[in-house]
Design a binder for this molecule. Structure first.
Ligand code: CP
Ligand code: NVA
Length: 302
């Protein structure tokens, strides 16, 4: 049984298999072909924080696969009144075939995975967002091919960490630009190097964007960020980390990605996100196809 708390809980062959399954399921949707391959299977969806894409894409995805998803907001269940997560895990595992959870603290996900004897999938924690990475890789392959150069520009956050490692696993060239004060932990690059990647790491966004086929950014202040958001925003503005037309002019007509929701006028401008370069809606759609691929892999062993 596999838990997917981060993208490298899959091995590269499994990642390829999930992305291939996702592409096949996406083709089924386009052709209106029924593909109810998870009949009578149930997914618990536990949310400690708000969500639009993760919640709807997992729920609709399970419906299309012939299964069922149960939405559990933290405050609606006994977890919100102090029931330990390890007890929640063991009870839920007696009802459902898999658990997807969005938590503020990655340790809570580890506890869920330890105590639930069904697969646990990370739907975002303070450290990682592997469900997003699956969709991101599917999107990069569709839009730019299998050997694209991708640049992460912005905060060293959950989405970025999983993407850098996942891109390395998928054989993409990766450049990373963060402010010095908000850099990735070296362990992220060590994980990427395990797959033969040698990420370019810089604090200069122009250097990262140079030659990139894809420029990817995310919010400067994440849901789990508590301290000094204004100071943080200022550092990113002053360092030139906003993805705007001026920055993109240093690249070779790159596609632009964002996991959404976006803060227009902060990490990305309105004109960029509304431009033809932006592939953010393809990314958002691919959340559903990619997660369906993952669920079929985890529950049917395909
Ligand atoms: N990208 C993403 O996870 O979006 P939601 O917060 O809307 O789920
Ligand atoms: N980095 C963002 C992603 C939201 C989907 C956050 O954690 O708030």
């Amino acid at each position: 049984m596999t838990d997917v708390l981060d993208i490298d809980d899959l091995d590269p062959d499994e990642l390829d298999a999930v992305l291939a399954e996702a592409a096949a399921l996406k083709a089924d949707v386009a052709a209106n072909e029924p593909h109810a391959v998870l009949p009578e299977r149930s997914l618990a969806m536990l949310f400690e924080q708000p969500s639009t894409r993760t919640r709807v894409s997992f729920e609709v995805g399970m419906t299309q696969l012939g299964g069922h998803a149960v939405f559990l907001g933290k405050e609606d269940i006994q977890l919100g009144r102090g029931e330990p997560i390890k007890d929640t895990a063991r009870a839920l595992a007696r009802y459902v075939d898999a658990i997807m959870a969005r938590v503020g603290d990655h340790d809570d996900l580890e506890a869920l995975a330890e105590y639930a004897d069904v697969p646990v999938v990370n739907g975002l924690s303070d450290e990682a967002h592997p469900a997003q990475t699956l969709a991101d890789l599917l999107t990069v392959r569709e839009q730019c091919g299998f050997d694209a150069e991708v640049a992460w520009v912005g905060d060293a956050n959950n989405v970025g960490a999983s993407f850098v490692v996942g891109a390395a696993m998928a054989g993409l060239d990766v450049s990373v630009a963060t402010p010095e004060a908000y850099a990735f932990d070296e362990s992220v690059f060590e994980r990427a190097r395990e797959y033969g990647a040698e990420p370019t790491v810089t604090h200069d966004p122009v250097e990262a964007v140079d030659d990139a086929d894809v420029v990817y950014t995310d919010v400067w202040v994440s849901m789990a960020d508590a301290e000094n958001p204004e100071e943080k925003r200022e550092t990113f503005y002053d360092g030139g980390f906003q993805v705007n037309e001026d920055l993109l002019a240093h690249g070779d007509d790159p596609a632009v990605m964002h996991c959404l929701p976006a803060h227009r006028g902060e990490e990305i401008t309105d004109d960029v996100i509304e431009s033809d370069a932006a592939i953010v809606w393809e990314q958002a759609e691919n959340r559903m196809h990619a997660q369906k691929g993952l669920l079929v892999h985890l529950l049917n062993g395909d």
